[in-house]
Design a binder for this molecule. Structure first.
Ligand code: GRF
Length: 218
């Protein structure tokens, strides 16, 4: 199965979902500017958090940026409807979760099957699943004493961090690492590299899924 879009006929329309600082969003923006990502454009950035610096990054770049906050809705269903609407308005080919701390509505996962990707700051299946987000991932890796960690870009399915893996990049753990230091190294050496690379692969038709596994052609 092909992921993303009809190759060569049009640019891949990307919608990025964020909750925080948006350094991964920035890596994608820079990747497009520097032509490390070709054939792709960001059509919208959505945040659930009005104060997310990621929204400012988008605005600075002239990218459409909207906040869909659960706080503005009386219940989860209405929030989910609003989120779905904010996505569908732009008819994206690919949704990129770049530090998005919201459990996606099942309807969205169904409608965008094999067209949603996520960046996770560990080598899946280590240190992933429910409760493993942000600094916690690195705290747990240090607690366990692993010598190598890293990051993973994967497709999103109904589970937590269970979808087909697209790319992984290992990062060495050092003796005196704190969760914060390790987090920074994983971002610099892995996340900011493999997220743009995965998007470029998808935008240029190099990613297919067979039997639940990703195949990348060169
Ligand atoms: C990153 O560590 C990413 O792997 C995780 O959330 C964090 C987001 O950071 N899913 P940023 O907002 O991109 O700076």
């Amino acid at each position: 199965m092909d992921c993303g879009k009809d190759m060569d006929t049009k640019m891949l329309k990307i919608l990025v979902c964020v909750s925080g600082g948006g350094t991964n969003l920035q890596a994608v923006i820079d990747g497009i500017k520097e032509k490390e990502i070709t054939n792709a454009q960001i059509v919208r950035v959505i945040s659930n958090n009005r104060n997310a610096y990621a929204l400012e990054r988008a605005v600075k770049e002239g990218i459409d940026a909207v906040c869909v906050s659960p706080k503005d809705y009386t219940d989860r269903e209405r929030f989910h409807d609003a989120l779905l609407r904010a996505v569908e308005e732009k008819a994206p080919d690919l949704i990129v979760l770049a530090g998005f701390l919201v459990v996606l509505p099942e309807e969205l996962i169904k409608r965008y099957r094999n067209r949603i990707i996520n960046i996770h700051p560990s080598l899946i299946p280590s240190f992933c699943g429910q409760g493993f987000y942000g600094l916690k991932v690195h705290e747990k890796a240090l607690e366990r004493g692993v010598k190598v960690t890293g990051a993973t870009v994967h497709f999103v399915d109904e589970g937590t961090d269970t979808g087909p893996i697209i790319l992984q990049q290992p990062v060495m753990v050092e003796e005196d690492d704190t969760p914060e230091i390790l987090q920074k190294r994983v971002m610099e050496q892995a996340e900011w590299k493999i997220l743009p690379r995965a998007i470029d692969d998808i935008a240029n038709g190099r990613v297919t899924i067979k039997d639940g596994k990703v195949r990348r052609s060169r």
